[in-house]
Design a protein around this ligand. Structure first.
Ligand SMILES: Cc1cc2nc3c(=O)[nH]c(=O)nc-3n(C[C@H](O)[C@H](O)[C@H](O)COP(=O)(O)OP(=O)(O)OC[C@H]3O[C@@H](n4cnc5c(N)ncnc54)[C@H](O)[C@@H]3O)c2cc1C
Length: 424
């Protein structure tokens, strides 16, 4: 199935249409839903819980009072956006009568249905939504840990890490080498590292044109690969080299002081003037300590209701959960949040959980007027979230410059609409 733009927008609105659900009685008086994390998953879920029902108490526990989005953070590296323009202010919490507690959750007690906060408070829940995003597997690359990341940024959580990487790029001499190390699947935002390479190349082309980018990849192939590689040839000829895992792309060790990474059991080494090491990751640490993860490091869920298969009345959404074929993206987290909110309201009303459908789009900006995209529609098949056969696809390989320019505009439009939907 190929979607035309109108059908696609119809799918995008699927979550919003659920707000038309009739308001029925809730099984308990004033039930409390607590949401941990105010990212694309948590903030959207809180808003849509309210849109689906007025009688439920909704509390978001998130230590930050602003949210800096990873989407758009590569554009900051390219010099196309400021940090301020990727900072969201949680205006929606007030509009939708959502209580925000600026604290960190330290412990979940699913038997007592409560969470303990780092300010000493305990908050009770009838249903809990856990959306803590990702944390890094610090033991997966020898020599790399949270302290090393202060010198060798991952920049895979937007904020000070983005600023550090941008500063290092600006300080680098012309003719320097930028190394970008990419982990194996699954990881947050599959096209993210390659959009990043493009944005760094865009910056270098105009400021340090003799410089090179070396992508060391643990994988054999990557999202929108043909489109990225064709664009690199056209826009940044000779600047970007990509090395797959079997040809020495998997970084195993780093010597931070010497700014050198090692692959192929130490046989190959590369020195970088700037190294961006995107370390492998797992579900946010809280999900681990709460026993919500399995051996994979991610949270297994019932893919209809997003309820954990390990702890009842606890739902996990966003990057932390295993959502079938859906990639770990802000768009996925936003969609899952709406479906999860609908499921929770149905469960509180002792009704049938609605059958979910989802959509995901990932735009990548390769230059200010050069965008590409990938999209898919998902449904529940045999209890798992699967791509609808024939749905979605990637931008055409033979598109002209006008088409690429329009997709660059759509990328900005996507950012404006998804952040408005999630945070306002
Ligand atoms: C460079 C880059 C580019 C990207 N570009 C795109 C893109 O173009 N399109 C797209 O769809 N996706 C993109 N993504 C992916 C997107 O950012 C993530 O998939 C998305 O943020 C996941 O949302 P989430 O709610 O699961 O987690 P997050 O957004 O990470 O939110 C988790 C929140 O939980 C909070 N938290 C964690 N632990 C606790 C705790 N113990 N107590 C309380 N709060 C806690 C954190 O403070 C955080 O605010 C990109 C990612 C990167 C790195």
């Amino acid at each position: 199935m190929t979607l035309n733009r109108r059908q696609f927008i119809g799918y995008l609105g699927a979550g919003a249409a659920l707000s038309a659900l009739p308001r029925l009685h809730l099984s308990a008086a004033n039930p409390q839903v607590v949401v941990i994390g105010g990212g694309f998953g948590g903030a959207t879920c809180a808003k849509y819980l309210r849109r689906y029902d007025n009688g439920v108490g909704i509390t978001v526990i998130e230590p930050n009072t602003d949210y800096i989005t990873c989407p758009g953070s590569n554009w900051v590296l390219g010099g196309l956006r400021t940090m301020d323009r990727i900072t969201q202010r949680y205006a929606g919490f007030k509009t939708y009568d959502v209580k925000h507690i600026a604290a960190r959750v330290e412990r979940i007690d699913s038997a007592l249905q409560s969470v303990d906060l780092d300010n000493g408070d305990t908050v009770k829940y009838d249903r809990l939504v856990v959306a803590p995003g990702i944390d890094f597997k610090w033991d997966s690359i020898e020599g790399y840990d949270a302290q090393a990341a202060e010198q060798i940024p991952h920049a895979y959580k937007a904020g000070p890490q983005t600023e550090l990487l941008r500063k290092q790029l600006m300080d680098m001499p012309d003719g320097g080498t930028v190394i970008l190390s990419v982990p194996g699947d699954p990881f947050r935002c599959p096209p993210g590292p390659y959009e990043r390479a493009s944005m760094i190349a865009y910056y270098l082309k105009s400021h340090k044109p003799k410089s090179k980018i070396l992508i060391l990849d643990a994988k054999e192939k990557f999202s929108k690969q043909g489109l990225f590689q064709a664009a690199w040839k056209e826009l940044y000829p000779g600047m970007i080299d990509w090395v797959p895992g079997t040809q020495g792309g998997k970084v195993e060790r780093i010597d931070v002081a010497k700014r050198t990474v090692f692959t192929q059991e130490g046989l190959t080494s590369h020195r970088g003037d700037v190294i961006n090491l995107i370390c492998p990751h797992h579900a946010g640490t809280l999900a681990q300590s709460a026993g919500l993860t399995d051996a994979s490091g991610w949270c297994p869920i019932d893919q209809k209701s997003f309820e954990s298969t390990l702890h009842p009345k606890v739902h996990v959404i966003g990057d932390a959960c295993v959502a079938g074929a859906m990639p770990k993206s802000g768009h996925s987290a936003n969609n899952q949040a709406k479906m999860c909110a609908a499921a929770i309201i149905a469960l509180l009303r002792e009704e049938e959980v609605p059958i979910p459908s989802h959509v995901n789009t990932c735009y990548s900006l390769l230059a200010p007027d050069y965008g590409i995209s990938v999209a898919a529609v998902y449904h529940l098949k045999d209890g798992k979230i699967a791509a609808v056969e024939g749905s979605g696809g990637v931008s055409p390989a033979d598109a002209d410059a006008q088409f690429r320019k329009r997709e660059a505009l759509y990328a900005e439009g996507w950012y404006a609409s998804i952040t408005a939907d999630s945070f306002n």
